[in-house]
Design a protein around this ligand. Structure first.
Ligand code: ZN
Length: 160
C-alpha cells in the first residue's frame, strides 16, 4: 500500500478553509470531505497542491484567487431599483438572493450597496478575488469505482 493522491483516486480529507483570517468552512465536527481527484470537484489550485500526498500527510496550502474562485469580475454587477426586487427582500448590503436570469436559470446575487433607490447587485461568487488558505490532512485514499469515474464524483455514505 503506497498509494498517493492522483487522478482516479477518491480522497478523504479533513480541511479548514480560512479567508482573511476567518474560518469560512471546515470539516471539523463533520465527516471528512470525499472528492474524486482529477475531476474538478474542488478548486484547481487546491487539487494541484494535493497531488502526491499520502494518507496521514498534512499540508498548508495557499490558493491565489485565480486558481480558486476566480478574480472579481467588475462586470458582474448590476444596478436595479427597489421595485425590481421581491417585496419581502430586506434591502441592505450582504443580503443574498436567488434570481432568475434571462435564460430562466437560477442565479445568485447579493446586495453590494444601496444608494437611495439604486441597489447594486453583485453576481460574483462570494469568494471571488479572495486568497484561500487551506489546512488539509489526508485521512483515506481508495481507487474510484467505474461508476464514480463515470459520474465524475465520489460516492460516499451520503450519496444519493
Ligand atoms: Zn453519482
Amino acid at each position: 500500500m503506497d498509494s498517493k493522491v492522483m487522478d482516479g483516486q477518491v480522497v478523504s480529507m479533513e480541511y479548514t478553509l480560512r479567508v482573511d483570517g476567518k474560518v469560512i468552512d471546515s470539516s471539523e465536527g463533520h465527516e471528512p470531505l470525499d472528492y474524486l481527484h482529477g475531476a474538478n470537484n474542488i478548486v484547481p489550485g487546491l487539487e494541484r497542491a494535493l497531488a502526491g500526498l499520502k494518507v496521514g500527510d498534512s499540508k498548508k496550502i495557499v490558493v491565489p484567487a485565480d486558481e480558486g474562485y476566480g478574480p472579481m469580475d467588475e462586470k458582474a454587477f448590476m444596478d436595479v431599483t427597489r421595485a425590481e426586487l421581491p417585496d419581502d427582500l430586506p434591502v441592505k448590503p450582504g443580503v443574498e438572493m436567488e434570481l432568475t436570469n434571462e435564460d430562466g436559470h437560477p442565479t445568485y446575487a447579493r446586495i453590494q450597496h444601496v444608494d437611495g433607490d439604486v441597489i447594486r447587485l453583485n453576481f460574483n461568487h462570494p469568494l471571488a478575488g479572495k486568497e484561500l488558505h487551506f489546512d488539509v490532512k489526508i485521512v483515506n485514499l481508495r481507487a474510484a469505482s467505474d461508476e464514480e469515474k463515470d459520474h465524475g464524483h465520489a460516492h460516499g455514505a451520503h450519496h444519493h
